[in-house]
Design a protein around this ligand. Structure first.
Ligand SMILES: [Zn+2]
Length: 322
């Protein structure tokens, strides 16, 4: 790659955005339009990582690392310069592609009765929640042709995990929820229920919208999230599973808050055990955690689907125990 292409790549990628997409949070802004937060490059306990968005540079007072977005990618991913350049190119390419796919799936949703009736079955009946979560549907055809018109070549789509080797949509017959840098697909047919693109599921769902809340409701799945949000509980976030990854745990512990864990209440106690495990991890970091006592056999989604309402769920929250 020549010098100009490298410079162009650096200009295309805002360092702040790239760092944030990889879980970095600014804890405060400082003079000169700069942002300070914990350093993602060393084990930092006092915010010492500074990002200067205008100059597109970073510097850490703790580990004395600094530089541009390529240097950041090298250190963050622990790769050499050429690999860092490849990763950044992929990142640039992946973002708009997933946006395009999300838009395509959103357009399909109302055109397919099976998708709308599935959402109704799962208790999602307002357009507000569907818009808020940008929910779509993969009908299982047209994706490749549509993206082809936009200039995406089939090998790129295959590499991204969106189509298989025969060009068939890998999310076919799934309700699709966009995540940061990924897509979650819930099958409405016989296929395995959950699907993600290769790569991590990322941090907590819609974390930026709730991180300032004093009290957070933590659920396992996006359908739990959806019914709670629809019922007016906007202080909800979701793990996409019942075991938090390191990023998610760090997010839950990055400020003073109480966490209400509303996991599935399973007959075999697996949801309850997972909730206890998360509660222990949070308390170990000084975050008060409470377990919401859902009726046996229920998760927040089925609680609302079977007629539960906001007042009843509020009572469950008030009855939550450490
Ligand atoms: Zn550092």
């Amino acid at each position: 790659m020549n010098r100009n292409a490298i410079d162009e790549l650096k200009q295309r990628i805002p360092l702040l955005e790239y760092a944030q997409a990889h879980g970095w949070k600014a804890t405060r802004s400082v003079r000169g339009g700069r942002f300070l937060g914990l350093c993602p490059l060393h084990d930092d306990h006092n915010p010492s990582f500074l990002v200067h968005p205008c100059r597109n540079l970073f510097y850490c007072y703790g580990c004395a690392c600094g530089g541009d977005v390529i240097r950041f990618a090298e250190l963050y991913h622990k790769v050499k310069f050429p690999q860092a350049v490849v990763l950044l190119h992929q990142w640039c390419g992946a973002m708009p592609l997933l946006e395009q796919v999300t838009n395509f799936y959103r357009m399909q949703l109302t055109r397919h009765r099976e998708a709308v009736s599935y959402l109704q079955q799962r208790g999602l009946h307002t357009s507000e929640v569907i818009d808020h979560m940008r929910i779509g549907y993969a009908p299982g055809r047209c994706l490749r042709a549509w993206l082809g018109q936009l200039g995406y070549a089939p090998p790129a789509l295959h590499q991204a995990g969106l189509v298989n080797a025969s060009g068939y949509d890998t999310y076919a017959h799934r309700i699709v929820f966009p995540l940061e840098g990924n897509l979650y697909g819930r099958s409405i047919g016989d296929a395995a229920p959950h699907r993600f693109l290769p790569g991590g599921k990322g941090g907590l769902y819609a974390w930026e919208q709730v991180r300032q809340c004093q009290e957070i409701i933590l659920v396992e799945g996006l359908f739990d999230y959806a019914v709670l949000w629809q019922a007016g509980f906007h202080n909800v976030t979701c793990l996409l599973g019942n075991h938090p990854n390191a990023t998610q745990l760090q997010q839950l512990c990055d400020g003073p808050r109480n966490v209400y864990i509303a996991f599935d209440s399973d007959a075999n106690q697996s949801g309850q055990r997972a909730a206890q495990c998360v509660a222990r991890s949070l308390r170990a970091q000084g975050v008060p955690a409470f377990q919401v006592p859902l009726p046996d056999g229920h998760d927040p989604n089925s609680f609302f689907v079977q007629g539960g309402n906001a007042q009843q769920f509020q009572l469950l929250l008030e009855g939550a125990r450490p």
